[in-house]
Design a binder for this molecule. Sequence first.
Ligand SMILES: Cc1cc2nc3c(=O)[nH]c(=O)nc-3n(C[C@H](O)[C@H](O)[C@H](O)COP(=O)(O)O)c2cc1C
Length: 333
Amino acid sequence: MMNNDTNLQAGLNWRLSVAPMMDWTDRHCRYLHRLLTRHTLLYTEMVTTGALLHGDVPRHLRFDAQEHPVALQLGGSEPADLARAARLGAQWGYDEINLNCGCPSERVQRGAFGACLMNEAALVAEGVKAMRDVVQIPVTVKHRIGIDKSESYEFVRDFIGTVAEAGCEVFIVHARNAWLKGLSPKENREIPPLRYDVVARLKREFPHLTIAINGGFKDSAAVAEQLAQVDGVMVGREAYHNPWWLASWDEAFYGAAPSTLTREGVEELMVEYMEREALEHGTHWYSVARHMLGLRHGMAGARRWRQVWSDHRLKVLPAREVMALAHAGDARE
Ligand SMILES: Cc1cc2nc3c(=O)[nH]c(=O)nc-3n(C[C@H](O)[C@H](O)[C@H](O)COP(=O)(O)O)c2cc1C
């Protein structure tokens, strides 16, 4: 585990990040993403305070040392619970604690956290303060630009203002409203319109805060355009569906040398990881492979390769044999 001093020395930054995504950004997915980009900040799936305080802590918090820098996203609203969960996160070596104030799901609303917390800025501020009191690592907030149909800029401005007073210095803004009634979480990522201008305005209003934008980014040109206005860009779905895009980020956005990776090289490293995981933790390769199905996105033969790696009938074979089958078609294409 890293201690806090090492985290601080690591100089966490929010220039590029991969979004927290339930069922998607588990530790296996993050391992893949880390092979592709050294510098991008990675987020866990949301973990609720209830799951951490009453559940299987290692199952929720275990991660590979290679994943750094990695942020733990919490879902919750009770300041004392958030503080206990944040302390656990810091003890397990996470580099940041992020509070989810953007999830619109009904389940989350019943627990009174997620996006509905935007209506309770004072409570969020209290939660942030409680967490900051017990950890040294940054405590950040991910939120939307508004709730339901309200287009009030003042609403999101005041939310940030209140939470910043409690010591939060980093805000990740999903640049669309959350409609709390009538839309599923999936629709809530597609239907409320994206309004990037609101996030740029927030950055102008709070120049001393770190403001990262999220929502709808699919190519490096769009990311670069945002980086001229705000401090960071968080990418969700496109990073998951087209992970090879990440292999260009260190060079494009962190000034690193061009990547020498190949898709085949990454696949080989993933198979080695699958073998290690199977031995050490009894993980089936299938739980790992599902996250790399987009690795050949847009290439000739991608469909067949993907079909092999997602074929249930092949689950009885070791990962290395499945890779051989997945490559058997390559020569013909
Ligand atoms: C499958 C899935 C699960 C998600 N789970 C979470 C989550 O646990 N916490 C969260 O803050 N956002 C979650 N989100 C929202 C993303 O973090 C992100 O805000 C959203 O997808 C918009 O970014 P994008 O257009 O780049 O995908 C999820 C999104 C998807 C697609």
